[in-house]
Ligand binder design. Structure first.
Ligand code: GCV
Length: 707
């Protein structure tokens, strides 16, 4: 049977198989929750951390682990190996977020309380936290460490998330959209929340999902698509009881619910003649809507808004700007401690391809940089990591450095829309880590803050890659991306290869908690460098796109060249690339501070991997690597295919370890996906190489077959 058909089986345990709990589960465990703490920050709104439910979850986690592995839950006097204790927040040091004090607010107070203390003394461990959710994160920290939690010298560590907000955005539709399906850009089956027009009756899988997220540190989920269609808009009103059911399924693991809302809701749902954000009735409508949401879901997180973007309504219709729009919603949610994630993905999607002066890459900065300082404190401007749209390689968005007076979040895409759609094994953590570490004012310690510092108060948000597929993510190895995103959201300085190692240790744990070393080696061989491998057989040198329009899978070099979407490569017989210089191009380089504005401006200093993003160059241009652009196109497409062949062979070398160290269903699905990746990589190589041979007339110096 095709592994794709196993839809009714229980979901794959991902990174929490029982074997992952072996080290804690065979020990003596104690949970101390003397008194549930009072309001986290003295505010008027209900507790944001689902206290009683999370305490019940902690009890159940301890029971589950010890039952599976022969340990015991004991009283504090019973000589426990691991104590989990709720305590006053004074046992914790507060986290520093490096932000301007003017912006300190409720959210920061919550982030400060989100940490836990980990103390090891003579092989016994005590985890202490001020809230049940923080304690739950401390529990999963011990699970992740496994035997190492109890081994080694005495330790006293404080762990707190780097970011106040760690969000996963689901682009799930309630109705099956005629073009985009149940999940927009979803490659993992249907939605875990909805099934053909309604919230699922059985949401137990949502709670299992929340457990996986809690084990990485994610604590907020937006449960519907930012493209809010008519049916989905009603989640804000008629369907609030259903949203409350979803929130109840997420709450036991301390995960809070957010909704994407339509800017036009006052008209489409409220019957008002306008959605003008400065209209008094519109403001009142949003306030009443927010009041109803928080009445139904007391720990609700907030709204996500895509406005004036790709057909979604927004403030431009009323001659207002995005600060006016965002602030109207922010005012409505503020009394509840809510937050508005306002997306900066605003550009002209009806561009004339003949018009060389309009540059989509410029758009977000042009719209938002002038508004810095005007957004309310509970608005988070959510900025895609690159100026275009989640391509395989882009420079970091200049907006991130242009908004010092605004709470800014970095938006990443865990779902692999442009990076192989979970048919290709592409581990994205190295790239995310690179974006988070980028220093807009220059590299080196003197260079100024990194992106991870700039987004400390707005945090990170990412588009989820999860669906109702048995493996959650279609490709079982794509689970590593979700895991790594959660961990980087907690600590953006973590090493991607070490994170992969953590993921392997948990996911491939045998019942006794051990992992076969060859499995670990092969997963590193297949995944560590897989993002660069994917880059090497797809669109070259940062030029982007070249994908099939619409679904965005597979090669189509000119697919977007004459469309209104602003996504061009400008290849002709002499050269390729987009001139974004100040001297002769669109001027986009000028949106960066020094030194990058000059590094990118000059073809001599622009990094090879971004050359065609910033410059139109002749095919004979010699890269820093020493080869010409055209020869690089041929060489790297060919090498990319060979690297995929290597990944296939590496995975096949594990055959003798199935099923003991590699579950048979995982093996079957990975083989199926790797075969498709190889087929697709060959197609990419042949189309891209052939296209450029035909355009340029320059033969491959190494004489390989090109068509
Ligand atoms: C949800 C890209 C995707 C769209 C997505 C959009 C966005 O354009 O192709 O499917 O819409 O990004 O981020 O809003």
């Amino acid at each position: 049977m095709n592994s794709e058909n196993v839809v009714d089986a229980a979901p794959h345990p991902a990174w929490l198989p029982d074997g992952a709990l072996a080290a804690v589960g065979r020990r003596r465990l104690t949970l101390r929750t003397p008194d549930l703490p009072g309001p986290a920050h003295g505010g008027p709104h209900p507790r944001p951390d689902g206290s009683p439910e999370v305490v019940a979850t902690l009890r159940a986690e301890l029971d589950r682990a010890t039952t599976a592995h022969g340990g015991a839950v004991v009283d504090p006097g019973g000589s426990p190996d691991l104590v989990l204790a709720l305590a006053a927040s004074s046992v914790l040091t507060s986290s520093s977020n490096g932000r301007n004090e003017d912006h300190v607010s409720t959210l920061d107070a919550e982030a400060g309380a989100a940490g836990f203390r980990f103390v090891r003394s003579a092989g016994r461990v005590t985890v202490t936290a001020a809230t049940p959710t923080a304690l739950l994160h401390g529990w999963f920290h011990a699970v992740r460490l496994g035997e190492a939690a109890f081994a080694g010298p005495d330790a006293d560590e404080h762990h707190a998330p780097a970011f106040a907000l760690r969000v996963l955005d689901h682009w799930d539709n309630v109705d099956v959209h005629p073009v985009m399906g149940q999940v927009e850009r979803g490659y993992s089956g249907g939605s875990v929340f909805y099934d053909d027009g309604r919230v699922r009756a059985d949401l137990s899988r949502v709670t299992t999902y929340a457990r996986l997220l809690a084990a990485t540190g994610i604590d907020r989920v937006c449960v519907n698509n930012v493209n809010v269609h008519a049916r989905e808009a009603r989640l804000l009103t008629d369907d609030l009881p259903e949203v409350a059911r979803i929130a109840a399924a997420l709450r036991p693991y301390g995960v809070r619910t957010h909704l994407a809302v339509s800017f036009a809701a006052p008209m489409t749902l409220g019957g008002l003649p306008t959605s003008d954000p400065l209209d008094a009735d519109v403001g009142a409508w949003w306030r009443a809507a927010a009041d109803r949401v928080w009445a139904a879901v007391p720990d609700f997180g907030g709204f996500v808004v895509k406005a004036d973007s790709e057909g979604q309504p927004g403030p431009f219709a009323y001659g207002r700007d995005h600060a006016d729009g965002a602030n109207a919603l922010a005012e409505a949610v503020a009394p509840h401690g809510g937050v508005v994630h306002w997306r900066a993905f605003v550009y002209d999607h009806r561009q004339d391809w003949r018009d060389r002066s309009t540059d989509r890459a410029r758009a977000a900065y042009d719209h938002f940089a002038p508004l810095d300082g005007r957004f309310a404190d509970n608005v988070v401007l959510q900025v895609k990591h690159g100026p275009m749209d989640f391509q395989t390689r882009e420079p970091v968005s200049p907006v991130l450095a242009a908004m010092p007076g605004t709470r800014v979040a970095l938006e990443l895409q865990v779902t692999q829309e442009y990076t192989g759609q979970q048919r290709h094994a592409v581990y994205l953590a190295p790239w995310w880590r690179e974006s988070l570490a980028f220093r807009p004012w220059g590299e080196g310690d003197e260079g100024g803050p990194a992106v991870r510092d700039l987004v400390a108060s707005g945090g990170v948000a990412a588009v989820s890659n999860v669906g109702d597929d048995r493996f959650w993510t279609g490709h079982p190895l794509a689970q590593a991306n979700l895991y790594a995103f959660g961990r980087l959201a907690w600590d953006p300085t973590l090493d991607p290869s070490a994170l992969l190692d953590e993921w392997v240790s948990l996911t491939f744990a045998r019942p006794d908690g051990t992992v076969e070393p060859r499995v670990r080696e092969v997963l590193h061989a297949v995944l560590d460098d897989s993002w660069r491998t994917y880059e090497s057989y797809t669109a070259p040198l940062g030029v982007g796109f070249m994908v099939r329009p619409g679904h965005h899978y597979g090669p189509d070099v000119d697919g977007y060249e004459y469309t209104p979407w602003g996504t061009y490569h400008f290849a002709d017989r002499d050269g390729v690339g987009v001139d974004r210089t100040r001297a002769t191009g669109t001027g986009f380089t000028g949106q960066y501070p020094a030194p990058w504005r000059d590094v990118y401006e000059d073809v001599a200093t622009c990094p090879d991997e971004l050359l065609l993003f910033f410059h139109h160059v002749p095919y004979s241009h010699v890269l820093h690597s020493g080869v010409t652009v055209i020869q690089h196109v041929y060489d790297s497409r060919s090498e990319g295919v060979e690297r995929v062949r290597g990944a296939v062979a590496a995975w096949e070398s594990l055959a003798d370890l199935v099923p003991d160290a590699v579950p048979a269903d995982v093996d079957a699905r990975v083989r199926e996906r790797l075969a498709e990746q190889l087929r697709s990589a060959v197609e990419w190589r042949d189309q891209v190489s052939t296209y450029f041979l035909r355009k340029s007339g320059v033969p491959d110096a190494r004489g390989r077959t090109i068509y």
